[in-house]
Design a protein around this ligand. Sequence first.
Ligand code: ZN
Length: 146
Amino acid sequence: MDCVKAQQMIRPYLDGVLSDRELEDFLDHVQTCQSCFGELEVYFSIYRTLNNEDEKGDYNYARKLRGRLRKSREYLQVRRRNKIVKVSLIIAAEIALAGAFYSLIRMPGGYISRHRTEIIPVVDTESPQDYGMPAAAPYESSDSGQ
Ligand SMILES: [Zn+2]
C-alpha cells in the first residue's frame, strides 16, 4: 500500500468501515510509515475531540492511538481465528454429509442397488447406410467416356 492509499483510508479506519483485508494493509502501512502515522494521529485527535471521547485533561493522543491500533490488530487476529474455525467446521460437516450420503446410496435398497443395470457393450454400428447413403460414393466421371 502506498501513502496516498493509506491516507485515503484514515477516515474509513476511524469510522470503522474498512474490510478485514483493508484494515490489515492499513495497519501494516501506518505502523511502518512515520508520515502516515503522523497523519493518522492528527485525524485521530480531531475525531476524539469532536466526539468528546476523552476524559478531562487526558490529551495523550499518541498513546491512545497506539492502544487503538493494538485493538485493531487483536480484532483481526480474532476474526482470522474465527474464520479458520468456521472453515474447519464447514469441511467437517461436508465430510460427514458425504459419508452419510455415500452409505445411503450404497445400502441394500439404496439408490445404487435399485438402479444397477447390465453393462451393455457399446459397438460402433454406424455406417453410411444408416443415413440412407450408398455404401460407396459413385464415380460420376467414370462412364462419361473420354
Ligand atoms: Zn505512508
